[in-house]
Design a protein around this ligand. Structure first.
Ligand code: ZN
Length: 71
């Protein structure tokens, strides 16, 4: 199971699914994220926040509101 941080509340979130969506710039991989407070998002994987201790540099890129689509 992959984990990340909820873009809304910052709590731990589970990465429950991935898919590739077409965009004007070509296919973009999106991730379905569900946090412990049951916030759910589809967002591009480049906006995922890595858990501390994960391989790679943690990203702190702010997530544009337009990138978040609640379901
Ligand atoms: Zn949340």
């Amino acid at each position: 199971m992959e984990t990340t941080r909820c873009p809304e509340c910052g709590r731990p979130a589970e990465l429950v699914d991935r898919c590739v969506l077409e965009s004007t710039d070509g296919p973009v991989e999106h991730a379905h994220v569900r946090c412990v407070l049951r916030h759910r998002f589809w967002l591009p994987v480049e906006y995922l926040t890595r858990e501390p201790g994960a391989v790679g540099t943690p990203r702190r890129t702010p997530v544009p509101a337009a990138a978040l689509r609640r379901r």
